[in-house]
Design a protein around this ligand. Structure first.
Ligand SMILES: Nc1ncnc2c1ncn2[C@@H]1O[C@H](COP(=O)(O)OP(=O)(O)OP(=O)(O)O)[C@@H](O)[C@H]1O
Ligand SMILES: [Mg+2]
Length: 209
């Protein structure tokens, strides 16, 4: 399965979700490749900050030809996660064309809900060439027991994109893990963040089938 984690808006959690989804799939015994398609190279920075054994392979490929190269690059892997860039349209287009499913992290804020319009349009355009591309929103940085946390799903339903039931709460452990190049299950194995990421991964695997 090829997961493209995309949103033209910056800072919504693309890299956080990419590394933790990749780590979660790797932990389950799959061979996983993470392609960092962002010129900022955040997923590569994450891998470089890591001490000890890598959990999965990370390569940088911030080029608008991912969709052409992915067949060769992905040989030997069970799953590929593409960490998309913010703003750069040609890279996002290529990453979308490379994907089986485009996963769009959105924060529970009206600005994020409006800004999702851009990536949804790019997916619609790509579907003209590749009808099979699926797409799903995942709410990230949800703050528990807030009205906006509940309303965001309703607001997102206006887009022609599936909204995952599973969502990810705002938790400092995500930033702490990132600083050490670790997956959250490595620093807080029994914590609720791990259960949330596992639920997102399981739901995505099921939906993308
Ligand atoms: N669920 C969360 N709880 C707490 N912090 C989070 C969560 N998700 C992301 N963050 C933090 O928010 C910041 C932005 O996240 P991240 O880098 O994953 O977003 P991005 O979409 O990849 O950004 P960019 O568009 O710049 O690539 C980071 O500091 C990250 O640690
Ligand atoms: Mg990023």
């Amino acid at each position: 399965m090829i997961f493209g984690i995309l949103n033209q808006k910056g800072g919504v959690g693309k890299t956080t979700l990419s590394v933790n989804l990749a780590a979660c799939l790797a932990r389950a015994g799959h061979r996983v490749l993470l392609i960092d398609a962002d010129p900022q190279g955040s997923a590569l920075d994450w891998a470089a900050a890591r001490q000890g054994e890598p959990l999965f392979t990370v390569v940088g490929f911030p080029r608008p030809s991912i969709h052409k190269e992915i067949g060769l690059m992905g040989k030997g892997y069970d799953h590929i996660v593409i960490d998309g860039p913010p703003r750069v349209t040609d890279l996002a287009r290529s990453a979308i064309m490379a994907s089986d499913i485009v996963v769009i992290p959105v924060q529970p804020s009206p600005y994020d809900i409006w800004a999702a319009d851009e990536v949804v349009k790019l997916i619609e355009e790509a579907r003209v060439y590749k009808e099979s591309i699926k797409s799903a929103f995942v709410v990230n940085r949800k703050i528990t027991n807030t009205a906006i946390g509940r309303d965001v799903r309703e607001a997102l339903a206006a887009y022609p994109v599936h909204v995952l039931q599973a969502s990810v709460t705002q938790r400092v452990v995500f930033a702490e893990a990132a600083a050490q190049g670790q997956a959250i299950f490595e620093i807080d194995a029994a914590g609720p963040a791990v259960a949330e990421i596992e639920a997102v991964a399981a739901e995505l695997m099921e939906y993308a089938k």
